[in-house]
Design a protein around this ligand. Sequence first.
Ligand code: MG
Length: 158
Amino acid sequence: MTHRIGQGYDLHRLQPTGSLLLAGVTVSTDMSPIAYSDGDVVLHALTDAILGALSLGDIGDHFPNSDPRWHNAPSEIFVTHAWSLATSAGYRLNNLDILILAERPKLQPFKPAMKSNLARLLHADESQINLKAGTNESCDSIGRGEAIAAHATLLLAR
Ligand code: MG
C-alpha cells in the first residue's frame, strides 16, 4: 500500500491555573488541561491519527493511563513513538491537517511555532502541515471555555 489515511481527536477539560501546551508550545499561563499527561490535545490527536493510519490502535493501547511512567509525561514522547512506528514501516508524511477548537486564547500568534514544532517531530517540511483554529461560538463545553479539543487528519505515503 502506498498511502494510508488516519484521523485523531482529543478533548480535555480545562482548569483556571497552570499552563496550556498545544503542539508543544505554551499558549496560555492562566489555564491548563485536566490530564494524566501534559494534556496536549494537538499531540494526542496527532498520535491517534498516526496510529490510525498504521492500523495500530490508539494512544491508550500504547500509553495506558494506568502506567505511572506516563504521569505528567511530555506528549512529544507519544508522537515520537508513533512516528517511529510509521518511519520503520517505510512511511513519510504526505500532509497533516490540524483543527484546534478553543474559545481562548487567540491562537494565531502561536501558529508559526506550533507548525515548526510539528514539522520537527514528523521530519517534514512546514508546507506539509496546516493548522486551523476555531471557537465553538459560545456553544457547549468548548464554547463555555470549560474544555479544549483538537482534530488531526494525516496522509502517510511510501
Ligand atoms: Mg488526551
